[in-house]
Design a protein around this ligand. Structure first.
Ligand SMILES: [Zn+2]
Length: 224
């Protein structure tokens, strides 16, 4: 019997398939450990982004029916640490429905103990098999960090966490793009270096970490 996340991945992957009746029959599995592998979860996100870009969106489950199923429990098949930027909502750009993604959003998609605590909850207690750090083009937080990173109040603390990388190109646009990619890769690494919980799950093969950069212009995610 498939668990709930299997059904959600299936629903997100098959453009024309309706899984309403299946969700109803599987609702008793809402608290079972996920059966989605890290590789399957990543493939599902990639397929969802391709649907979003090509405008062949999946036919998602009826919201009220899905709410009733999810009220019994959640098993998001992926964690996304993304930027707070209003143009980068993971559920939309990966064409996923309610309950599929566990999303942490903070300007600059940076890791700190509070963010890592949220992610640890998802992988340890909800058994999400994939964590994606998602940067995006024209990121204001990275732009501000490149400009010097000096800001009043808590914004300064946030910018301090943005990692620009070294040997940046001289060209202004290329420099920003390189810094955005570097920042996403850096915080992908921080997932395992700053969190023993995530590190252990990755070493056991139960969780995979990945990073990518979303293009505001094309809608595509460039995986790193
Ligand atoms: Zn941003």
């Amino acid at each position: 019997m498939k668990s709930l996340p299997s059904i959600l991945v299936l629903a997100a992957t098959l453009t024309l398939a309706s899984c309403s009746s299946t969700l109803t029959s599987q609702s008793e599995d809402a608290h079972a450990p996920t059966s989605v592998s890290p590789a399957e979860a990543l493939a599902s996100l990639k397929a969802g982004n391709e649907r979003y870009v090509s405008e062949h969106h999946a036919r998602h489950d009826n919201p009220s029916h899905l709410r009733a199923v999810l009220a019994k429990g959640q098993q998001p098949f992926a964690v996304v640490l993304g930027c707070s930027d209003s143009r980068t909502a993971p559920e939309i750009i990966f064409d996923q429905q309610l309950g599929s993604l566990f999303v942490c959003r903070v300007a600059g998609n940076v890791t700190d103990p509070v963010v890592l605590g949220s992610i640890e909850y998802a992988v340890e207690h909800l058994h999400s098999p994939l964590i994606v750090v998602l940067g995006h083009s024209k990121c204001g937080a990275v732009t501000a960090a490149l400009a010097g990173g000096h800001a009043e109040g808590n914004i300064g603390c946030l910018l301090h966490e943005v990692h620009l990388g070294k040997n940046l190109p001289a060209d202004k646009d290329a420099k920003l793009d390189t810094a955005i990619a570097s920042n996403a890769t850096h915080h992908e690494r921080m997932l395992t270096s700053r969190s023993p919980v995530i590190r252990n799950l990755v070493s056991e093969g139960k969780v995979r970490v990945a990073s990518g950069v979303y293009s505001l212009d094309s809608g595509k995610v460039a995986w790193q």
